[in-house]
Write a protein that binds this ligand. Structure first.
Ligand SMILES: [Zn+2]
Length: 276
């Protein structure tokens, strides 16, 4: 999975009042893109020294250290960079082309950037929010509102019937692969209740023996994926919710549909089933 980067060492401990130094790495985001510097035939993450002459007065946020090197997040809206040396690349370019530790770090920086962009002002009183000194949070100096990073829990479930697994294909034409059932946890709901409800809503079947597998932070959408295996009760047939699901079927291990080589938890869970 994208977040499993050992033996590389990532430390995301929040540090207060740490300022970027010339050799520290800078992840400068603009919408869904990050600034990279041309280096021979490839692109790399620039240092503060690289961008200091062209990126003045940009507020920085400490992300963490990767193998002892500091990484900072910057916001690059409205900044202009020399095209021959620098380009903004889509986050998914990085996900597809960088080594896993850097892919993961760029994703985490993107979530921090998104959180800051969406929380410039206090939602209670409209005052400007400020970085909280002692923890990774924002605070309003007027009404004392504290805003923590948004992390939405999403359950993802592998439903097993004897030697078959239930996979579904969504209605979104951009994602035409079969995958596991997944959905946001509702207010007032346990993770297990969310599993039962989402499965019933999307494919109409009942499940039992819900077992936790593992979790995976997914910074691209500010979510925390929580994986479960569950057994089909045999009580109900597949009835798909046509709004979200285009097709759902039981697949045996030797008839699994083709799937992208993904670094997400769903792909790993399908491989665990296939190897069981
Ligand atoms: Zn306020």
């Amino acid at each position: 999975m994208i977040n499993e980067i050992l033996p590389d060492q990532l430390d995301l401990t929040h540090k207060t009042n740490i300022l970027p130094q010339p050799d520290d790495f800078t992840l400068l985001y603009s919408n869904h893109k990050v600034l990279l510097k041309k280096d021979k035939d490839t692109f790399i993450i620039p240092t503060l020294k690289d961008i200091s002459s062209i990126a003045k007065n940009i507020d920085s946020k400490f992300i963490g250290t990767l193998n002892g090197k500091n990484y900072f997040q910057f916001s690059g809206n409205g900044q202009v960079f020399p095209e021959e040396e620098y380009s903004f690349f889509d986050i998914f370019y990085v996900r597809n082309n960088f080594d896993k530790p850097l892919r993961w770090l760029v994703a985490i920086g993107y979530q921090l950037y998104t959180w800051h962009m969406e929380n410039t002002y206090c939602g209670k009183c409209g005052n400007l929010l400020a970085k909280k000194a002692d923890e990774r949070a924002l605070e309003c100096n007027r009404c004392l509102n504290t805003v923590y990073p948004k992390i939405s829990p999403v359950i993802i479930v592998a439903i097993i019937k004897d030697n078959e697994i239930l996979l579904a294909r969504g209605t979104n034409p951009r994602f035409q692969f079969y995958s596991l059932i997944a959905g946001f946890v509702e207010i007032g709901e346990t993770l297990e209740e969310a599993v039962v409800r989402e499965v019933k809503e999307e494919v109409g079947v009942d499940v039992k023996n819900i077992r936790y597998y593992k979790s995976q932070p997914w910074p691209f959408s500010s979510t925390l994926m929580v994986g479960f295996f569950a057994e089909y009760t045999g009580n109900t047939e597949i009835t798909i919710d046509n709004k979200e699901i285009a097709d759902a079927q039981w697949f045996a291990k030797d008839t699994l549909p083709s799937m992208p080589n993904t670094d997400a938890i769903g792909g790993e869970m399908i491989r665990v089933f296939a190897d069981s």
